[in-house]
Write a protein that binds this ligand. Structure first.
Ligand SMILES: [Cu+2]
Length: 137
């Protein structure tokens, strides 16, 4: 009798221990997976290209899909950024905003075709400082 009681108590104790272990395992949260590194922030949707007597800055820009370019003419003469090739400007006509008077700015329409385009100043088509590259993502 006493032996049976000991066995029964042991079984109960083991059952409680297993239940506790089981319960314990459910309360331990699995280690959360490390969050993926944040992607690089997208470039701003509007990119500014500044034109001075020294040339265009920056020489190379990247525009997100649907973004625009604003040309700022800080020179004392008109400039006319235009897609290559001169004089027909057929590569990327959407990056053309027209002739820009001194002190004025002009903004393109939304650029929706992913490609890389060279441009030049249509008024000074051989001036390297006024040439640049636009990449539309
Ligand atoms: Cu031209």
């Amino acid at each position: 009798m006493s032996m049976l009681r000991t066995v029964s108590v042991s079984v109960v104790a083991v059952t409680i221990a297993l239940a506790a272990a089981c319960t314990g395992s459910t309360t331990v949260e699995p280690t959360a997976p490390s969050p993926a590194p944040a992607p690089a922030p997208a470039p701003p949707a509007n990119i500014t290209i500044t034109i001075t007597a020294a040339g265009v800055t920056p020489k190379s820009v990247t525009v997100p899909h649907g973004g625009t370019i604003t040309y700022v003419n800080n020179d004392t003469v008109a400039h006319f950024p235009a897609s290559n090739p001169h004089p027909v400007h057929t590569d990327c006509p959407d990056i053309i905003a027209g002739s820009i008077a001194p002190g004025q700015t002009k903004t393109t329409s939304a650029l929706n075709v992913a490609r890389t385009c060279g441009y030049h100043d249509h008024n000074n088509p051989t001036t390297d400082a006024l040439k640049g590259t636009v990449t539309v993502q």
